[in-house]
Write a protein that binds this ligand. Structure first.
Ligand code: ATP
Length: 442
């Protein structure tokens, strides 16, 4: 019990820091908020953009076998019939007969209501479809029904032929997309972890059927390693193979990448071998042949699909959680430099003796390349602490030495050590360290 309250406190401290320093706010807070919806503040938007850009750079730009796509959120509703979502994208729901809370039947512990504690007093289980329904155009009848997409991958499947015919890709190759998805979750909870509006980062990787197992392994390792590369501690990251009973009926394998959040171990990303189910279903429903004709092997086949499907919000929450550290004298966010919302802060030691002018010049120079922060208020120690709390890797102070010998004092976040760097070398110094090319001491 004591352990749980420690975890609760840690989560509460993180949520409070997120609000206080402008990472994450409740959506439409002045009206009481909207359950399951969140807004990213000035620092949060930078952090989440950096997470998405790191994913795009590593999964699309740096690979020769993956191309990108950006599909509309509203799609022809036949898409969702073919994918099976209209019929079966449901969660089991019950109402507590005592306090009327609406709950997910499969998440009840000991058949007890988590809100009022009543045991064994629930309605019958009903299946609740998680898709948000709307209407397109002025007529609100069944012919105008549309859905907010509950996942980004279907846009990729329906564009499979367009991508094949407009580029020179051929299996094995992937199509990647980052975008919003919407699910009318019965119980949004755990901060941004389970939201009703969220962003996914998905790859559909198309392969020859007999090569699917080796590509599944490739993506499992690649995606697991990706989180470690950006600083997630190994002891907090886990791979969990699905039991046969957990697999979707069409899937030949699935593994989750899980993270130890303060509220427990939970899924960050799923990697699935979806077989040829999706392309076959869309062929059947659209009456367009989505099989692939392999000119070398002179054969036609439906590619198998390996799908690494990650949540940008869950990833961002994991990076926030992992970076958060409370030390004796300070709270510090140990973000990987590539993810840190602010890369460097510039401080004139005092607001006289030409220091602000030099500091402004340095700021203008480095801010053309990175998101930087200028602060000339308060004691220098307090300025350092404010940057530690939002994870800024480097603070640059312009002091008496700067005017005399053209050097600035650079202070590193994690070690809190300081060193002089020549003004003309500053940009290169930062570039080498922010990219991870060089260590702080080098
Ligand atoms: P869960 O079991 O947690 O509901 P899922 O298995 O339904 O997740 P997928 O359909 O595999 O999730 O979606 C892929 C990824 O999208 C998840 O790993 C997660 O990162 C993200 N995701 C899914 N649902 C949500 C949500 N409600 N809020 C935030 N992210 C989500």
């Amino acid at each position: 019990m004591a352990k749980k309250s420690g975890a609760d406190q840690r989560m509460a401290a993180l949520v409070s820091l997120c609000k206080r320093r402008g990472f994450i706010f409740q959506s439409s807070e002045i009206y009481g908020g909207l359950n399951g919806c969140w807004d990213y503040g000035p620092l949060g938007v930078e952090l989440k953009r950096n997470v998405k850009e790191a994913w795009w750079r590593d999964m699309v730009m740096r690979r020769t076998d993956v191309v990108g796509l950006d599909c509309s959120i509203l799609m022809n509703p036949r898409t969702w019939e073919a994918s099976g979502h209209v019929q079966s994208f449901t969660d089991p729901m019950v109402d507590c007969l005592q306090c009327k809370s609406r709950l997910r039947a499969d998440q009840l512990e000991n058949n007890q209501c988590p809100v009022c504690g009543t045991k064994d007093r629930f309605t019958e289980v009903r299946q609740f479809n998680l898709m948000f329904k709307t209407h397109v155009g002025a007529l609100e009848d069944s012919s105008s029904v549309a859905y907010l997409r509950p996942e980004t991958c279907q846009g990729i499947f329906v564009n499979f032929q367009n991508v094949l015919s407009s580029t020179r890709v051929k299996p094995p190759f992937g199509i990647a997309q980052i975008g919003k998805a919407f699910r009318n979750e019965i119980n949004p909870r755990n901060f941004t972890f389970r939201s009703r509006e969220f962003e996914q980062m998905e790859i559909e990787f198309f392969v020859k059927p007999d090569e699917a197992p080796q590509w599944f392994d490739h993506w499992k390792q690649t995606r697991y390693q990706w989180y470690l590369n950006y600083g997630i501690k190994k002891e907090n990251l886990h791979l969990r193979d699905h039991e046969a009973s957990e697999l979707a009926h069409y899937a030949a394998g699935c593994v989750d990448i899980e993270y130890d959040f303060p509220f427990g171990r939970a899924e960050l990303e799923g990697i699935a071998n979806r077989t040829d189910y999706d392309l076959k279903r869309h062929s059947e429903f659209s009456k367009k042949d989505l099989s692939y004709s392999d000119p070398e092997a002179k054969q036609r086949y439906f590619p198998y699909v390996i799908e690494p499907s990650a949540g940008a919000d869950r990833g961002t929450l994991a990076f926030l959680t992992d970076a958060y550290a409370e030390e004796a004298e300070r709270t510090v966010m140990r973000f990987h430099p590539r993810l840190a919302p602010i890369k460097a802060a510039v401080f004139p030691l005092v607001n006289k003796d030409g220091m602000p002018e030099m500091a402004e010049k340095i700021f203008a120079d480095i801010a053309s390349e990175w998101n930087c922060f200028y602060d000339d208020k308060g004691a220098i120690g307090r300025r350092y602490r404010r940057q530690d709390e939002v994870g800024t890797p480097y603070c640059i102070t312009i002091d008496g030495e700067t005017g005399k010998s053209n050097v600035v004092t650079v202070r590193e976040r994690d070690s809190m050590k300081q060193r002089h760097v020549g003004m003309t070398q500053l940009k290169e110094f930062l570039r080498e360290r922010l990219s991870g090319e060089k260590e702080w001491e080098a």
